[in-house]
Ligand binder design. Structure first.
Ligand SMILES: Cc1ncc(C[n+]2csc(CCOP(=O)(O)OP(=O)(O)O)c2C)c(N)n1
Length: 274
């Protein structure tokens, strides 16, 4: 039997493919690889109210690898922030769903991102602001592994530990590939958890393709992180959940035919039957 969170993650992937089919291209690999994390966050971890997206005490999510907007849009639409039909407007003229996340355009998006590294800093600033306001809200952040080559990420890492941001949980989508090749060959991260540990973060590395495991891990981290920011390194695959996309070595930004999109959607629908 497929668990409710795995079903949610599969639905997120299906709605990503609906968007890519409609536009004919997009950031497919890096959207798929965060689908399980989004399923865990929006499947019960985050304290949110889709009918009140600007609720002051809501938990926030910043997807700093902003090119993975389609993964967030799929999730938000499934949660009822806006109609599913709107997903077919991805990256078209006049859309509210641009290629990269934009908080001024899309209901439910907490931060505008796309310039790699910046979302890490803005998320950290949000967490600091909420801490100063004595809010119980938490801030979640997703960064890419290629993105983590940005110096700005490490400035944030220093600052968040110094400010004792125990309301801050980051995820590193360690899918080993960046725009134009393998992270290990371009500028290796080696063991990123060890590095964040050295920056005084609570760190853990887990398999990133199991939303139930991600869910349990977040609950454990929340109990144990104390006043440290936390880094959950997700061991993922770029294109996760869709073998046809995983098999494309450079699967950062690709065209997709309607036929392939339909084939993938069919496969994912089968998966949901358990
Ligand atoms: C500051 C900055 N430099 C370059 C880019 C262009 N760019 C967009 S995505 C990307 C690769 C990101 O790789 P990674 O963080 O591993 O993302 P993922 O593979 O998870 O999609 C690059 C270089 C950018 N958006 N921002």
């Amino acid at each position: 039997m497929i668990t409710p969170l795995k079903k949610f993650a599969t639905d997120i992937r299906i709605q990503e493919m609906v968007q890519f089919k409609a536009r004919g291209f997009g950031h497919i690999g890096g959207s798929l690889s965060i689908s399980d994390c989004l399923a865990a966050l929006y499947g019960g971890i985050m304290n949110i109210d889709p009918s009140n997206p600007c609720w002051e005490d809501r938990d926030r999510l910043v997807i700093s690898k902003g090119h993975a907007g389609p993964a967030l849009y799929a999730t938000l639409a499934l949660k009822g922030y806006f109609p599913l039909e709107e997903l077919r407007t991805l990256n078209q003229n006049g859309t509210r769903l641009p290629s990269h996340c934009d908080r001024n355009l899309t209901v439910g998006v907490d931060m505008t991102t796309g310039s790699l590294g910046q979302g890490a800093s803005t998320a950290c600033g949000m967490a600091l602001g909420l801490k100063h306001s004595n809010s119980k809200a938490r801030v979640y952040l997703i960064i890419g592994d290629g993105e983590t080559q940005e110096g700005q990420v490490w400035e944030m890492a220093l600052f968040a530990a110094q400010k004792k941001l125990g309301n801050f949980i980051a995820f590193l989508d360690y899918n080993k590939r960046q725009l134009d090749g393998y992270v290990a060959e371009i500028c290796d991260l080696d063991d990123p958890a060890a590095k964040f540990d050295a920056f005084n973060w609570y760190t853990v590395t887990i398999k990133g393709d199991d939303p139930d495991l991600i869910y349990e891990t977040i609950e454990k981290v929340q109990k144990e992180q104390g006043d440290r920011p936390a880094m959950i390194v997700l061991d993922t695959v770029k294109g996760s959940g869709v073998p046809q996309i995983v098999d494309i070595t450079l699967n950062h930004h690709n065209t997709i035919t309607p036929e392939l999109a339909d084939e993938i959607i069919g496969q994912l629908e089968e998966l949901k039957k358990g």
